[in-house]
Design a protein around this ligand. Structure first.
Ligand code: UDP
Length: 334
């Protein structure tokens, strides 16, 4: 049997593929390369170029590769972009996920692991760690598109006996400690990637969006999880389902927040480059503080974080950014 990883040419998906291969699994990837790269897919995985909304193609891939589990990463992930292009987000994240779940039902897949997000919570009532039973009130089309998929998966699982895990990611960063893959997205908007690009001179400066929030230093606070810990959490989720687990939804984070300014400081310190930082206006859609309560995942899955260390996250992110220069020419930015 094999595991189908959708979006396996992307940032988190490509780490997942390595995690599965390292554990001796057979892996097939479907990716339309809209933001991913075929070279990011580990050579031992089977790669199929295509779209997860294409029900005929996905059916064929599942049948030809004896797939019994889907780990679904493919989707659009940028909060501000979702405010500008909501229908694109509902198409990529909701409509296509609906098709994928339909194919899963048609082909008798009984294990489904879904990439969800802390954005489903919207602006939490607390600035402290958020539990999974907090109110779900997304503030962006990105968060809404993911919440709709969560609901579809839950309802379909109840009706058709599918078992599932939904993991709500907080802020994912860093790269594979062995540097086999990393965050390669062109025109990335995520904080640590942007700061690393500035540190390596790929952009002349960076901007901090909002320093007047009601947080300790005025900038937003996020819970950064190392991408390899996140991939390991999915593997633990797979084992949970294989051992008969029925359904499980959990946050993925370290229960600890760092402010944007603290992150920028860490990148400057570790890179040794005090690149210019511009204090700018708030960015639409940003939530002041998003920190996971990660008690549930740690108590219910056999998963313990290995890289709960901002410096390590930044070191690996910087290392990948350097390696990327050799893989493809630096993209001019900023
Ligand atoms: N951020 C920033 N400058 C940047 C990119 C991001 O100040 O160039 C801030 C952003 O406004 C937010 C935080 O960093 O407060 C995390 O944003 P990111 O886009 O990395 O992830 P999100 O939390 O939106 O998923």
């Amino acid at each position: 049997m094999s595991v189908l990883v959708t979006g396996g040419a992307g940032y988190i998906g490509s780490h997942m593929v390595w995690e599965l291969l390292d554990k001796g699994e057979d892996v097939v990837v479907i990716d339309n390369l809209s933001t991913g790269f075929d070279w990011a897919v580990a050579p031992r995985a089977k790669f199929v170029l295509g779209d997860i909304g294409d029900m005929k193609l996905v059916t064929r891939v599942i049948e030809q590769n004896s797939v019994d589990t889907i780990i679904h990463f493919a989707g659009s992930v940028v909060v501000p972009e979702s405010l500008e292009k909501p229908l694109e987000y509902y198409e990529n994240n909701t409509v296509k996920t609906r098709n994928l779940i339909q194919v899963a039902v048609n082909t008798g897949i009984d294990k489904f692991i879904f990439s969800s997000t802390a954005a489903v919570y919207g602006a939490p009532m607390t600035s402290g760690p958020i539990r999974e039973d907090a109110v779900l009130n997304p503030m962006s089309p990105y968060g809404s598109s993911k919440l709709m998929s969560e609901i579809m998966l839950r309802d379909t699982a109840d009706a058709h006996g599918m078992r599932y895990v939904m993991l709500r990611y907080f802020n994912v960063a860093g790269c594979d400690p062995d540097r086999r893959t990393g965050q390669s997205t062109v025109g990335a908007t995520h904080l640590i990637k942007i700061a690393c690009e500035a540190a390596l001179g790929k952009r002349s400066n960076m901007r901090v969006f909002g320093t007047d929030y009601e947080t300790a230093d005025g900038s937003c606070v996020r819970d950064f999880i190392h991408v390899s810990d996140l991939a390991a959490a999915h593997y633990a989720a797979l084992n949970f389902l294989r051992q008969g687990g029925l359904k499980f939804t959990a946050n993925c984070g370290y229960s600890r927040g760092y402010s944007v300014l603290e992150v920028v400081d860490a990148v400057q310190r570790i890179s040794g480059n005090k690149f210019p930082v511009i204090r700018d206006q708030r960015r639409p859609g940003d939530i002041p503080a998003l920190v996971a309560n990660s008690h549930r995942i740690q108590s219910r899955l056999s998963w313990t974080p290995r890289f709960d260390d901002l410096d390590f996250i930044v070191e690996t992110a910087l290392a990948w950014e350097r390696k990327l220069e050799g893989i493809r020419p630096a993209v001019a930015a900023g």
